[in-house]
Design a protein around this ligand. Structure first.
Ligand code: ASP
Length: 616
């Protein structure tokens, strides 16, 4: 193959018996069977067993035996059949090369490994140590598989988009702040003292400017940066497959993404998925599942019970309705939650904005006494009866309620629904793929803290045609709809996008609706408004979270498993130890002085000392 090796470690077969070969790779295992030394030699492609017979070359066998696992060696030798007689079968059917072995005649140790910080063939629960030695962690078969899968998926996407005449164009990393709803990472400029670049939260404005520039179809495997508190599955930098095209409607986007994902599934894991994907409006998603990214692989839908309780004595319910709200319920079939589970569900509801969580455990559906709940004594027989019909309640079920404003009640119950499903193990062993679109998102939300409207997607998103004039006239409300769409995969948002505004006056009106004044609009978005006054084509697009796509197809539960060098949940890279303090002369060059509040400085010092002590 080249001057290092004649074959990779997955290549040799019985047909090669008798040939002289040279392999390179890592020592996966060393075994001593009565003086005969066996090494499993591993490269990215696979493994080959190498055998050292002391009677042929005692010194070589001794050297092989002395090797630590994960050392890198080059071995030359002859391919032989593994022993297979009536009494002994040394072949390994689990290994592609399992019928042969290489009898070593010479060996070149290219790099001796030190004692490993962890064993590569074990599951390691301590993620910090995996991250510190990520270069070792990545050698493990799962991680190799994930990296290969990621490559396959990205390649399938690139191939598809290329066939559809998309151009791959890179956009700047040192750029200007673009609002995607997170905090920017800032980079100080040396040449413009006191000024900063922002790392892109997404290439949103650049891709729109590429449309104004006449590129018509653009994509990029784009790195995005968002300085967020790292919740469960976020990373400060992550990758999007970012797409934008001119002269299109949402139908074009749906078709491209559906065909592209179909191809991705086929080429990465050989799975057939059917297209087109179903669609559901945001309103229905919220109303039925209490989420804008519904998990639809189990039912337990939210059911409206407002009419049942409109005049109820139970004021929590009737009061909510009187205030223009709703009473919604879910029926967790055949679920008898423990006290601990009820506590945790209540906590979940409270975190989502509820005051508490009303529930009924139905022991015996036909006995009034069989409806176990602090609230049942407040309900009439008629109400209980209506509830029973509406929710198809049987003995053994558990009913949960939310009462209040519609969106809030849906959200509360949506979270309770997901948690119940976990306890009930409704998705255990489920391998279904549920891919669908959520459409017709609201254009604006109301930011109660800042007392102003905010963009639900981003401020470049177009209203649906029937709401364009309202935005132009400044009739802003949370009822306006966006021409925006998200793609959902098994309850996860894979990505989203929209048709954009391409007219200066509509963009201007949207910025105004968001409470931006003239000076801010000009300072932050002057370039895009200027572009829109020189012949901007109608355009739209979408971005898919690549890390999440790979994670879900790989069946992993964290995007860290499909990123080569992720950060931990404090945003740190434990391997290279970044972020790290800068040298004084570096700071001087960029006119920056670091001034930590005294309390924070002391806290950090104490943490550092504690960490050092722990290491010692
Ligand atoms: N830039 C958007 C995002 O990152 C996606 C899009 O609208 O195309 O969510």
């Amino acid at each position: 193959m080249n001057s290092y090796r004649t074959h990779t470690c997955d290549a040799l077969r019985p047909a090669d018996v008798g040939s002289d070969v040279t392999l390179v790779g890592w020592v996966d295992t060393v075994r001593d069977h009565g003086g005969v030394i066996f090494i499993d030699l591993r490269d990215r492609a696979g493994k080959t067993q190498v055998v050292f017979h002391p009677e042929n070359n005692a010194a070589l066998a001794a050297e092989a035996e002395s090797l630590r696992v994960e050392s890198v060696i080059q071995v030359s030798g002859k391919v032989v059949h593994r022993l297979k007689t009536d009494e002994v079968d040394a072949t390994n059917p689990d290994l592609a090369t399992g019928e042969i072995e290489v009898e070593a005649t010479s060996m070149n140790v290219l790099n001796r490994a030190a004692v490993l910080p962890f064993q590569l063939d074990r599951n390691i629960s301590n993620e910090d140590i995996r991250m510190k030695y990520r270069f070792l962690d990545l050698r493990r078969p799962n991680m190799q598989r994930n990296m290969i899968l990621r490559h396959r998926i990205t390649k399938a996407m690139r191939d598809y988009l290329d066939e559809q005449s998309f151009l791959e164009i890179e956009t700047p990393i040192l750029s200007k702040s673009t609002p995607e709803g997170a905090r920017d990472f800032l980079v100080p400029s040396r040449l413009a003292p006191g000024c900063f670049y922002a790392l892109p939260q997404a290439p949103q404005q650049y891709k729109q400017l590429l449309m104004v520039a006449g590129m018509e179809r653009y994509f990029q495997v784009a790195r995005c940066f968002r300085d967020e508190d790292l919740r469960a599955d976020r990373q400060p930098e992550f990758t999007q497959i970012d797409i934008e095209a001119s002269f299109i409607t949402p139908e074009d986007v749906y078709k491209w993404i559906e065909e592209m994902l179909q191809r991705v599934f086929k080429e990465s894991v050989g799975r057939d998925i059917s297209i087109p994907f179903p669609r559901m409006t945001w309103h229905d998603a919220m109303d039925q599942y209490g989420s804008d990214k519904p998990e639809r692989r189990f039912d337990m839908k939210l059911t409206d019970c407002s009419d049942i309780f409109a005049t109820s004595d139970f004021r929590v319910f009737s009061g909510a309705i009187a205030n223009g709200g709703v009473v919604k319920a879910i029926n967790a079939k055949n679920f008898s939650p423990s006290v601990g589970q009820i506590d945790s569900l209540t906590q979940t509801a409270v975190e989502a904005g509820a005051k508490g969580l009303a529930y009924i455990k139905v022991r015996d559906v036909n006995e009034r006494d069989g409806w176990k709940s602090p609230i049942t004594k407040r309900l009439t027989d008629a109400e209980i009866d209506a509830l029973k019909q509406r929710l198809n309640i049987e003995s053994g079920d558990c009913i949960f309620f939310a009462a209040g404003p519609w969106e809030e009640s849906c959200t509360i119950l949506g979270r309770v629904r997901l948690e119940c499903a976990e306890y009930m193990e409704l998705l255990k062993g489920n391998t279904d793929v549920d891919l669908f679109w959520v459409t017709r998102f609201p254009l604006f939300g109301w930011d109660a803290e800042e007392q102003r409207f905010c963009a639900i997607h981003h401020p470049f998103t177009r209203p649906v045609p029937e709401d364009v004039d309202k935005v132009l006239r400044g009739e802003i409300s949370t009822d306006l709809c966006a021409e925006a769409y998200d793609i959902i995969f098994n309850g996860n948002e894979l990505g989203g996008g929209s048709i954009r505004i391409h007219e200066k006056d509509l963009q201007d009106a949207t910025f105004r609706a968001l409470g931006l004044d003239d000076a801010t609009i000009q300072e932050q978005f002057g370039h895009i408004l200027s572009a829109f006054s020189f012949g901007a084509p109608p355009h739209g697009g979408l971005a898919l979270g690549l890390d999440r796509v790979v994670m879900l197809i790989a069946g992993c539960d964290s995007i860290r498993e499909v990123m080569a060098f992720p950060k931990n949940n404090r945003g740190a890279d434990l391997m290279s130890e970044s972020p790290a303090p800068a040298e004084p002369n570096q700071l001087r060059d960029i006119h920056i002085q670091v001034k930590l509040p005294e309390k924070l400085r002391q806290k950090l010092e104490a943490e550092k000392a504690a960490a050092a002590e722990q290491q010692a």
